[in-house]
Design a protein around this ligand. Structure first.
Ligand SMILES: CC(C)(COP(=O)(O)OP(=O)(O)OC[C@H]1O[C@@H](n2cnc3c(N)ncnc32)[C@H](O)[C@@H]1OP(=O)(O)O)[C@@H](O)C(=O)NCCC(=O)NCCS
Length: 198
């Protein structure tokens, strides 16, 4: 049986999911105007990238879910991509490469742009350069695929993530507030500076 506090929590979550939510993100753009050598990977780690969520086979899905949780993959559109960094068989860092999810459209990004987000490194593996090496690898891969630019979104106040992005060559280009209704209509306040296509 659901208690009244829990019931109210579920109602709030359902309202956010189906009716209305507000989000505020710091938006970054990967500045690739000057060529940069690829970042070295820390030893003992393996990087994998799937351009589309549906490219993960059953075993890979299981490995990613075991670390990132069920919601991480479930919340992606079929055509969004995923990266994962493993140590042995354990996924220790991961992130989403949004191509189709509403995040991209809510931010008003160009149609050939890719957005990276929902990145995380497991606590025991932080400060080893996995986030930065992953961002760098994703940038190279999506560029080879023909993307016109790579953007990243971060919640305001996430200084660790913002420092990591800036250290990899991303520029902070704006604070964007959006109000989204019924998962379809969004109103954007604030905005980002236009940056040229890669
Ligand atoms: C943010 C996060 C992904 C960074 O992962 P990571 O693999 O430890 O990052 P890296 O080692 O590649 O980044 C290194 C750089 O990022 C910055 N950085 C990372 N963690 C930091 C921290 N706690 N405080 C300040 N700067 C930090 C530093 O500039 C660092 O360089 P340095 O180690 O040479 O000083 C990780 O802390 C995390 O998973 N946090 C929780 C989830 C989250 O906030 N995700 C980001 C949303 S997209």
């Amino acid at each position: 049986m659901i208690g009244s506090g829990e019931g109210a929590g579920l109602l709030r979550a359902a309202y956010r999911l189906f009716v209305h939510f507000e989000r505020e993100v710091e938006l970054f753009w990967d500045d690739r105007r000057a060529p940069r050598p690829p970042r070295a990977w820390p030893t003992g780690y393996r990087f994998e990238y799937w351009p589309r969520r549906r490219d993960l086979d059953r075993a890979a899905r299981r490995r990613v879910r075991a670390s990132a949780g069920r919601l991480f993959l479930a919340s992606l559109a079929r055509r969004d991509g995923v990266y994962a960094v493993s140590h042995g068989e354990t996924v220790v860092a991961w992130g989403a490469v949004f191509r189709r999810s509403p995040q991209r459209d809510i931010l008003g990004l160009p149609s050939d742009a890719v957005l990276v987000g929902a990145c995380e490194t497991a606590p025991g593996h932080r400060r080893r350069g996995l986030y930065q090496a992953s961002l760098d690898a994703v940038a190279r891969l999506v560029r080879e695929e023909g993307a016109g630019g790579l953007y990243a979104e971060v919640l305001p106040g996430n200084d660790a993530s913002m420092a990591g992005l800036e250290g990899t060559g991303f520029l902070r280009i704006g604070l964007v507030r959006s109000s989204v209704w019924l998962g379809l209509f969004s109103h954007r306040q604030g905005g980002w500076h236009f940056v040229r296509r890669w």
